[in-house]
Design a protein around this ligand. Structure first.
Ligand code: HEM
Length: 453
């Protein structure tokens, strides 16, 4: 019998200019560009684009996305765009690959289990309460700059949950040094003309100085922790004592440093921006705000301090957080590089091809999300969620490289929202126009300001 061969079709190519391809369209407004691509090529499920001198395939639908990041994930590596991140994160969970990554993930995973998170939740709740007390002072003076306020509290939370039981002075210095390293690294990532690290450009000098400062402080803390057997309730402690069940090994100082800087970087700005977007949406939608406040009041009654269980017991709060992560996913794009060829229906992806996965595109597809720009938390009611493909909603990625901090981030946002909204009402500043700015994370371009009353 003659073998049946599927016809191999070329992956659709979006036409562009000679040499630069689609670079201008992409750089001008990547979000709008990708949504146009979804409109035009949605039925074909993927499209090839050229940005800079690189050609890459944008996956437009949940099924193909799932094949890349879950079903056939071993065929996809991190790709070139992770090289810059690797310079300052080292070989931590976000940037490492293969067996090294697998071992680190095994070691770190238990630190994020439910019981451990319940301990960290207490720190989050403490910080939420002091944050709201601090806001009390600024609230009487006019609209509050929410972007600054959420950056401030998430910085304190990430520093305390990672290194919490260190000395207060050490924490303060470290938190400043890490925030500075992140700032310097952000500049480096968006600067198109970058010279190797040893060339003493102002950017490189700032980068090397910030790295040295962070390393000094972290290595100092690790050393003093290694000298005692006493256990503490922070992530550094959990990683210091983690033992690989397969090999009996522990992490070296170098690995611990890379993981701590990675967790700080991956966990700070993402949570700060999604908190800011959520508050912005709530200030614009009084009917949703009223419902969430009613849920908080019914759960807490007279109590001012929620427990970790309270936070988990508020389904509407969780829908609001999800809907905000759908509209404004902080990790709006993720990249991969195929190691070998792969087959998607009739399309063949060659080895060594760049692949883009965009939570932003998946979250704005009218097939999964009717009227996709509308803020409607009830899309996450259980019956509606069951009707959708699981990969239509990917704020934390998926497959084995799913965000390790997803439950941490949700708990943090729930703690901050509960304590804040239990105390304040939100009133929008009239005529405030907020647009998106897709950098490494999807930020608001303007400062979000809200009256807290
Ligand atoms: C709203 C907040 C957050 C969002 C939207 C977010 C999103 C993501 C996404 C999409 C990925 C997958 C990247 C990829 O596959 O290429 C990821 C990975 C990661 N995230 Fe998060 N994240 C958040 C908060 C956090 C927090 C709080 C932490 C730590 C405390 C964290 C630590 C990490 C780490 C270590 C990875 C790499 C995991 C691995 O590859 O094994 N994230 N995050």
């Amino acid at each position: 019998m003659e073998a049946m061969h599927a016809t191999i079709l070329p992956i659709p190519v979006h036409p562009g200019l000679p040499l630069v391809g689609n670079s201008f369209e992409y750089i001008r407004n990547p979000l709008a560009f990708m949504r146009r691509l979804l409109d035009t090529y949605g039925e074909q499920r993927m499209v090839r684009i050229q940005v800079g001198n690189r050609t890459t395939t944008l996956m437009l639908k949940p099924e193909e996305t799932k094949q890349v990041i879950q079903e056939n994930n071993r065929n996809y590596g991190r790709g070139k765009s992770f090289a810059i991140l690797r310079e300052f994160l080292g070989n931590g969970l976000l940037t490492s690959e293969g067996d090294f990554w697998r071992r680190q993930r095994r070691l770190a995973q238990p630190a994020f289990h439910r019981q451990k998170l319940a301990l960290l939740a207490e720190t989050m709740i403490d910080e939420a309460i002091s944050w709201v007390n601090r806001l009390e002072q600024s609230a009487s003076k006019g609209p509050v700059n929410i972007s600054t306020a959420t950056t401030d509290v998430t910085l304190r939370i990430v520093t305390r949950t990672l290194f919490g039981s260190s000395l207060a002075d050490e924490l303060d210095d470290l938190s400043k040094a890490l925030a500075n390293l992140n700032h310097v690294a952000n500049n480096a990532v968006i600067n198109p003309i970058r010279l190797p690290k040893w060339v003493p450009t102002p950017d490189n000098r700032a980068f090397n100085k910030a790295t040295a400062q962070v390393n000094n402080l972290i290595f100092g803390i690790i050393e003093s922790r290694r000298q005692t057997d006493q256990h503490r309730d922070d992530l550094l402690d959990m990683l210091l004592h983690a033992i690989d069940e397969e090999t009996g090994e522990r992490m070296s100082d170098e690995q611990l440093r890379d993981e701590m800087v990675t967790l700080f970087t991956a966990g700070h700005e993402t949570t700060a921006t999604s908190m800011a977007w959520t508050l912005h949406l709530l200030a614009q939608h009084p009917e949703v705000l009223a419902r969430i406040k009613a849920e908080i009041q019914a759960t807490l009654g007279q109590r001012k301090r929620p427990s970790a269980d309270d936070l988990r017991a508020m389904p509407y709060l969780s829908r609001v957080v999800n809907e905000s992560l759908r509209l404004y996913p902080p990790a709006w794009i993720m990249s991969r590089l195929s190691l070998g060829p792969d087959q998607f229906g009739n399309y063949r992806l060659e080895a060594n091809s760049g692949v883009l996965i965009s939570p932003y595109v998946l979250h704005h597809d009218p097939v999964s999300w009717p009227n996709p720009d509308r803020f409607d938390p009830d899309r996450f009611a259980p019956d509606k969620a069951r009707e959708r493909h699981a990969y239509a909603f990917l704020p934390f990625g998926g497959g084995p490289r799913l965000c390790i901090g997803n439950q941490f981030a949700l708990m943090e946002m729930q703690a901050l929202l509960t304590v804040l909204l239990n105390r304040f009402d939100l009133k929008p500043v009239p005529d405030l126009q907020i647009t998106t700015q897709p950098l490494i994370t999807l930020r608001p371009r303007q400062s979000i300001k809200i009256y807290l009353q």
